[in-house]
Write a protein that binds this ligand. Structure first.
Ligand code: GLP
Length: 237
């Protein structure tokens, strides 16, 4: 069941999104949070940092597992997702660095890295709340459109449209990595609660398809319709 909320502004989206995450942290201070990168969650992270600074939130018992990482980028590369998380959230709250997990984009054996990542999520008891953005082609994490939903963490070749969309963060399109490690649809769907956020006119159509179109691996986010506890917040700006 999807609780689909449409709001006017990105500010409102961030307030509501942060409310949901804050409620999870307050209800279960040792929650496992599944976290996302991309431009959409940035305002939510800023909102959570403000709540931490005001004493409303404590991250000391939280564990985080991120959705994905570019292959070939180390954590000190400014476009790596590890770096993104440090700069946009981890460095500004009291989360224990040892309890923040992001797939290792420099792993020599990607299959072993993926298997270890899934074992880690299992050991942690699964994800309490998974935050998701959505790609223009309907991807969640880096689960790109295809013929099936992939269950576990895996290596993916990025779609040309994703490479083009993410080129804005790099000096040129040639610098965008061609592949990534991503959590699979299985781990995402086993999260006990899911929050997907999207903003702007360009995402309107894909969000509508994901929320109420046919469930198809061509639009990976559509699988969320089969999850019992999903909130989707879309803002127009
Ligand atoms: C990226 C990430 C996704 C993210 C999506 C949308 O490629 N792998 O996790 O949700 O694209 O990004 P943005 O929020 O910048 O539009």
């Amino acid at each position: 069941m999807i609780d689909f909320q449409i709001v006017d502004t990105y500010d409102e989206l961030c307030r509501r999104g942060a409310d949901i995450i804050a409620a999870q942290i307050q209800k279960k201070p040792n929650s496992v949070l599944g976290l996302a990168t991309g431009s959409s969650p940035v305002g939510i992270y800023q909102n959570l940092i403000a709540r931490y600074r005001s004493g409303e939130l404590d991250f000391s018992k939280i564990t985080s597992v991120n959705l994905d990482e570019y292959v070939g980028l180390g954590g000190d590369h400014p476009q790596s997702y590890r770096y993104f998380m440090q700069k946009n959230l981890f460095d500004s709250v009291n989360i224990d660095p040892k309890k923040t997990f992001v797939p290792n984009g420099l792993a020599e054996d990607s299959a072993a890295e993926c298997a270890a990542y899934d074992r880690k999520i299992e050991e942690l008891g699964g994800i309490d709340l998974q935050l998701l953005g959505i790609g223009l082609d309907g991807h969640i994490g880096f689960n790109e459109p295809g013929d099936c939903f992939v269950e576990s963490t895996h290596l993916v070749a990025l779609h040309p449209s994703t490479i083009a969309a993410n080129a804005r963060f790099f000096e040129s399109v040639d610098e965008v990595p061609r592949s990534a490690l991503t959590m699979g649809i299985g781990s995402i769907m086993r999260a006990r609660k899911i929050l997907l956020i999207a903003n702007g006119a360009a995402k309107k159509e894909i969000v509508q398809k994901a929320v109420s179109g046919p469930v198809t691996p061509q639009i990976q986010a559509s699988v969320l319709q089969l999850h019992p506890d999903v909130t989707v917040i879309y803002s127009k700006d």
